[in-house]
Design a protein around this ligand. Structure first.
Ligand code: HEC
Ligand code: HEC
Length: 371
């Protein structure tokens, strides 16, 4: 087992090199709203990352690709309240959009991953309830596919390797930036314009939903009700308990709520329980249902929720209070939210359309060829 792993010394050097020299994926999020800046990419690496993203052979039993959960036609989410997971388990969170994810500074609904997309990609691949992949096995599978051998080489990544996968997929993710939203093209309806005035004014939304992606990238508690399926469906509950145990959540066997960003601080008074990362408001047209647990099916139900002062929670953020918006004002606010959705990223530039083989050609002279 140890033989396939690079010696610890080389491994450490590799991690440091990636950390220092790897391309930065953090955009500088200014506070002003405006188009999301496109990110320059290495084309050959992004193209390789695209094929990898759509390849189910990257999961343990070859049944799931990244795109199984992050589907392009659904804004790179899955349309479900709670995500499916690796066969035999079910997830306890809503699948987030990946559009503009490369501009984030911290990932996951609780913001627990604050390093880079290379790490997030590793988490998605290896986590037992996501793709349950052994990186050494993945590397061997990729080496058996001549298309990958060529593409890794062309991308300057040598022979197919786990480190190469974790560089190429993030490079592809960088290509997924919003474009063409009426908000950016100056084609907002009158209703959407009135909605924008409410958003930045009386409704107070911009206090948290700021900058080009309409998020401050910080966790807040707005009192979203629990999705009780997490605790009544044994498969979801097992996954949640596994996560909570690993994250060091106190009393994890008895907790009956998603503690959210509490996992980052473990405040003894529990005051961070129920905080979740402010999500982007771009591409919402494609990404229903909403919130970390999919509890809202429509944008009008989200706006009605805010209008009523959010949910019931002793830790609720002070900024969340009843808004007193009339029916027309709520309609206008929804029109504005819809104006933040642009062109779907479903063309060839974003989707791998060629067939991906589900078996391998036998290698006639396998004793001669180099592994
Ligand atoms: C089984 C479904 C599933 C698969 C397969 C999957 N993901 Fe995810 N992904 C999720 C869920 C659910 C979350 C949110 C998890 C959380 O908040 O704890 C997530 C979160 C992410 C995030 C963080 C997004 C953000 O804005 O915080 C990225 C990036 C991501 N996934 C990329 C990928 C990549 C790349 C792959 C393939 C290597 C992949 N995912 C495979 C379900 C999936
Ligand atoms: C105190 C900060 C804060 C304020 C103010 C705020 N939000 Fe949010 N918003 C959040 C957080 C945090 C979430 C995610 C909660 C969760 O996942 O449980 C969220 C989620 C959402 C979502 C769901 C997005 C998705 O992809 O799931 C929408 C839509 C939204 N907010 C719109 C608004 C509107 C409209 C207003 C003003 C009426 C507003 N927000 C005010 C912090 C805030």
């Amino acid at each position: 087992m140890g033989a396939l792993r690079p010696p610890a010394r080389i491994w450490a050097a590799f991690v440091v090199a990636v950390g220092v020299l790897g391309p930065s994926v953090h955009g500088l999020a200014g506070d002003a709203a405006g188009p999301v800046k496109p990110i320059k990419v290495n084309e050959a690496r992004a193209e390789l990352g695209k094929r990898l993203f759509f390849d189910p052979r990257l999961s343990g039993d070859a049944s799931l690709s990244c795109a199984s959960c992050h589907a392009p036609e659904k804004g790179f989410s899955d349309g479900l309240a709670l995500s499916e997971a690796y066969p035999g388990s079910k997830h306890f969170r809503n699948t987030p959009t990946l559009i503009n994810t490369a501009h984030r500074a911290a990932w996951m609904h609780d913001g627990r991953m604050g390093t880079n997309l290379n790490d997030v990609t590793r988490e998605m691949l290896t986590e037992t309830y996501l793709m349950n992949m052994d990186m050494r096995l993945m590397q061997e599978r990729l080496k058996q596919d001549p298309v990958y051998v060529k593409m890794f080489k062309a991308a300057g990544l040598g022979e197919p390797s786990n480190g190469g996968v974790r560089k190429a997929i993030p490079e592809y993710l960088k290509t997924l930036t919003s474009r063409g939203a009426p908000f950016d093209t100056g084609k907002m309806s009158e209703a959407a314009k009135r909605g924008y005035a409410l958003f930045t004014g009386k409704a107070g939304c911009a206090a948290c939903h700021s900058g080009p992606r309409f998020t401050n990238d910080k966790p807040h508690n707005i009192g979203v009700p629990e999705n009780t399926e997490i605790f009544t469906d044994p498969l979801r509950h097992i996954t949640y308990v596994t996560y909570a145990k690993f994250m060091g959540v106190e009393n994890y066997m008895n907790v009956r709520r998603d503690v959210g960003a509490h996992v980052r601080t473990h405040k003894a008074d529990g005051s961070h329980v129920g905080r979740f990362m402010t999500p982007t408001l771009r591409e919402l047209k494609y990404t229903a249902p909403y919130m970390h647990n999919g509890m809202f099916a429509t944008l009008s139900s989200v706006v009605a929720f805010y209008n009523a002062g959010g949910g019931q929670d002793p830790n609720k953020d002070k900024l969340i209070k009843p808004l007193g918006l009339g029916t027309q004002e709520q309609i206008d606010l929804v029109a504005f939210l819809e104006a933040l959705s642009g062109d779907p990223l479903t063309g060839d530039a974003f989707v791998w359309k060629d067939e991906i083989p589900d078996s391998y050609e036998p290698i006639e002279n396998w004793r001669q060829v180099k592994n």
